[in-house]
Design a protein. Structure first.
Length: 133
């Protein structure tokens, strides 16, 4: 939870935010700002339902432990559904829920913004780095 002096205002009304909503926003931002969650969202949006190992392959660079932890957290938050198929060896697949799909859609705006501004950000970084050198 944020410090009481740093209360978040509702983005449309400017009124103090409902503390439950504020806590949820802080928690969700903390979770999805994690690169692994964002990458898993992207993979499942682009490739639909996938097996555990395939998600790891498509994300790239993620350890099995981190993939497990991230998928469990996403499942707890209602972003993914885990399906275990009763076969030998066990087949476990993950897919986005409707809630997960809406979050992925919200992050499409971030990708669009990044595409539109990549040159400006790179130029600003180069200017900053040149001034420090």
């Amino acid at each position: 939870m944020t410090h009481p002096a740093a209360r978040i205002a509702h983005p449309k009304t400017g009124e103090p935010a409902d503390p439950r909503v504020e806590a949820l926003v802080n928690d969700v931002i903390g979770r999805v700002a994690d690169k692994w969650t964002m990458l898993i969202l992207e993979v499942l949006t682009e490739h639909s339902e996938q097996r555990f190992t395939r998600i790891g392959d498509l994300v790239g660079g993620i350890s099995q432990k981190m993939l497990t932890q991230t998928l469990r957290a996403m499942e707890r938050d209602g972003l993914v559904i885990r399906t275990v198929h009763p076969v030998i060896p066990p087949k476990v697949e993950y897919r986005l829920t409707d809630l997960g799909l809406t979050l992925a859609e919200a992050f499409c705006g971030v990708w669009t913004w990044a595409e539109a501004n990549v040159e400006r950000i790179e130029a600003a970084r180069a200017d900053f780095d040149a001034k420090k050198a």
